[in-house]
Design a protein around this ligand. Sequence first.
Ligand code: FCB
Length: 437
Amino acid sequence: MNFVRSDFPPGFLFAAATSSYQIEGHGSGGAGPTHWDSFAATPGNVVRAENGQRACDHYHRWEEDLDLMQAMGLDAYRFSTSWARVLPEGRGAINPQGLDFYDRLVDGLLARNLKPMVTLYHWELPAALADLGGWRNPDVAHWMADFATIIMTRIGDRVFSAAPINEPWCVAWLSHFMGQQAPGLRDIRATAHAMHHVLTAHGRCIQAMRALGMKNLGAVCNFELAHPADPSPDAAVKARLYDGIYNRFFVGGLFKGTYPEEVMEGLSPHMPKGWENDFDLIRSPIDWFGINYYTCKRIAPAPEAWPGFSEVEGPLPKTQMGWEIYPDGLEQILTWLQRDYTGALPLYVTESGMANADTPQRPDTARIDYLDAHLAAARRAVAQGVPLKGYTFWSLMDNYEWALGYEKRFGLVHVDFETLTRTPKASYHALREALAR
Ligand code: FCB
């Protein structure tokens, strides 16, 4: 790695990230079913119909996983709490084992000098709430705020930071318009409702956590620069629309109290009643903002119904996901967000990493290069005055990559999904050395 800690501002935090459904093993500890279990059980949705029932069995092996982070010299760990583990039916009866698990985890992190950075929701909606319409139902904001109060009453006194929802675009657009993640819908009205409710739920959870006296509350969105696939004016218009849906919709709500006009051309007729009145709630003050960044997109016009675009393959080298490697995009996103939306608000890179066909024997040099180049892009943004306070690697270990099952490996630590043996990869060691220098 071509960096040392002192290349970053004093107090800069290095972290690794995971999420509950992707690592814990939902078959253990009394967790209720989630909409990912039903999505995975639906033929054709997930590679080999794999689900998160066992995953990395982190539920039982969490101490080993925390030891690995401590030995690596990390400062913080970004993890998520499973709603259905704490409230198996989404509301009502609490599963005490679930609360105990997160309580032990937080204490285990503090004992190892790792700062707990919590995400309340990383996609595994309790199935009982999906039955009631899930993100389409305006009540989801209240259900989720109740969950926030329950889990944070237990652990909120000891966490370093908290954010309600991971990647609103995935929760709403990818899952309700593109149908590629749970609940697997392709419905514009469901999408319009989910796009908005994900933000009202964010606001209600921020308020619920404030009411408990919690500090350092934020939000986490994902970003991808959208390049027009060709020089035509049409491609430029479609790239701008993609950018509106992906990059500007949620920060528009969170920081400006408006949604992009070109996006509303499609969504307006389908929005939930009274949505215009929710922006005070959505704009509840936050203390930091998190950016998940992986790649860029090439957008071409497509002769289809709104939004009438398609993604086409770009020229840059690609990861195992087929995603182009574009570190400059991270610098551009960070400087753009600071200039147009977040100003002096502290920023964190909350996810960054690549999938690679790793084996424990072969060094993952591609990942070392990827992370090095993206950390350099982050440094360039800092040099331009972006108040970046930390950088989080996705992921601590190989895990359940959603619709792609266990095939795509994002970990700094290799996981053998037969034996569940953890083996640190070359990238883990390279980061450990850089962080110790
Ligand atoms: C992000 C998700 C994370 C993981 C990575 C590869 O969009 O937050 O769970 O799937 O992509």
